[in-house]
Design a binder for this molecule. Structure first.
Ligand SMILES: NC(=O)c1ccc[n+]([C@@H]2O[C@H](COP(=O)([O-])OP(=O)(O)OC[C@H]3O[C@@H](n4cnc5c(N)ncnc54)[C@H](OP(=O)(O)O)[C@@H]3O)[C@@H](O)[C@H]2O)c1
Length: 265
């Protein structure tokens, strides 16, 4: 059985698709929201801070994008089901989920990592991703079509001193993604994990232009493309492909969208 989206258009046409983006109020998530909005998708954005969501809602309204913003901590399983209920009430369907949000902790050597460090990264990483899958996937199964995009990090593959809980939790996300691909593939649902690189928004706010250039030069010295990724124009187009009908034969994969930086490994 082939699972074509009956109303699927061109590869870049996401018109009318309903996509939830967790952590869509800043950074990579925000770039994805803006890109999908530009392609005609209806976007649902979650995050913890109401003021960030309100600012984005004003921007999307002025651009004429159908959207919904909801305060939701991804670690809260009940809230994941409330978010999905609100989306179904508003739009009647869910086509895609982009499981992008994760909370972070300062860099900590393994010997100093605490139980609460591990809990935060696992609660907001693999567990948070699973809760929204559990809430949304039955609605995808009912329409025999769905797209799941998770976010991981190359640090999970390579290891990264000081980032133990983050790296480990992201490997758990990749593993869940592969199981999701196996369990739901025959329902027309794909699940893939993106390893992005787009760190400009993570530079310290007080950093000078010189400090930023030095930090980026060091970070991207061995990167074939040789620069930071732009969330909206470099990362999001690939996420849009994974959300589209044309990606139907790609599932269970980890794809680095990082200018080839993964080849450092
Ligand atoms: N930036 C990179 O180069 C890079 C590299 C590899 C992987 N990644 C992955 O890509 C994803 C996005 O990274 P980023 O750099 O854009 O992150 P970011 O700048 O820290 O943004 C995170 C977003 O998620 C929201 N958020 C954080 N914790 C949340 C929670 N518990 N519940 C709901 N929303 C939450 C934040 O909004 P609120 O604060 O309002 O909640 C914000 O909108 C992450 O999964 C990260 O691991 C990023």
């Amino acid at each position: 059985m082939l699972f074509f989206m009956p109303d699927a258009g061109r590869i870049d046409d996401l018109t009318g698709r309903v996509v939830i983006i967790t952590g869509g109020s800043r950074g990579i998530g925000l770039g994805i929201v803006r890109h999908l909005a530009g392609r005609g998708a209806c976007v649902v954005i979650t995050g913890r801070k109401q003021e960030r969501l309100d600012a984005l809602s004003i921007e999307l309204t002025s651009g004429g994008t159908e959207h919904l913003v909801l305060v939701a901590d991804v670690a809260n399983r009940d809230r994941a089901f409330e978010v999905v209920a609100a989306v179904i009430e508003r739009f009647g369907r869910i086509d895609g989920i982009v499981l992008n949000a994760q909370s972070f902790r300062p860099v900590t050597p393994l010997l100093d990592v605490t139980e609460s460090d591990m809990d935060l990264l696992f609660d907001t990483g693999p567990k948070g991703s699973l809760w929204l899958m559990q809430a949304a996937v039955p609605h995808m199964i009912s329409r025999s079509w769905g797209r799941i995009v998770t976010m991981g990090t190359s640090m999970g593959l390579t290891g990264a001193a000081g980032y133990g809980p983050y790296a480990a939790s992201n490997e758990a996300i990749r593993s869940l993604t592969r199981t999701a691909a196996r369990e739901w593939g025959r329902h027309g649902i794909t699940a893939n994990c993106v390893l992005p690189a787009s760190a400009a928004h993570r530079q310290p706010p007080g950093a000078t232009d010189d400090e930023r250039s030095l930090a980026f030069a060091a970070m991207y010295a061995d990167n074939p493309v040789g620069r930071d990724g732009d969330a909206e124009h470099d990362i999001a187009p690939f996420v849009a492909f994974l959300l589209s009908d044309e990606s139907r034969y790609v599932t269970g994969q980890t794809i680095s969208v990082d200018g080839g930086g993964i080849m450092r490994a």
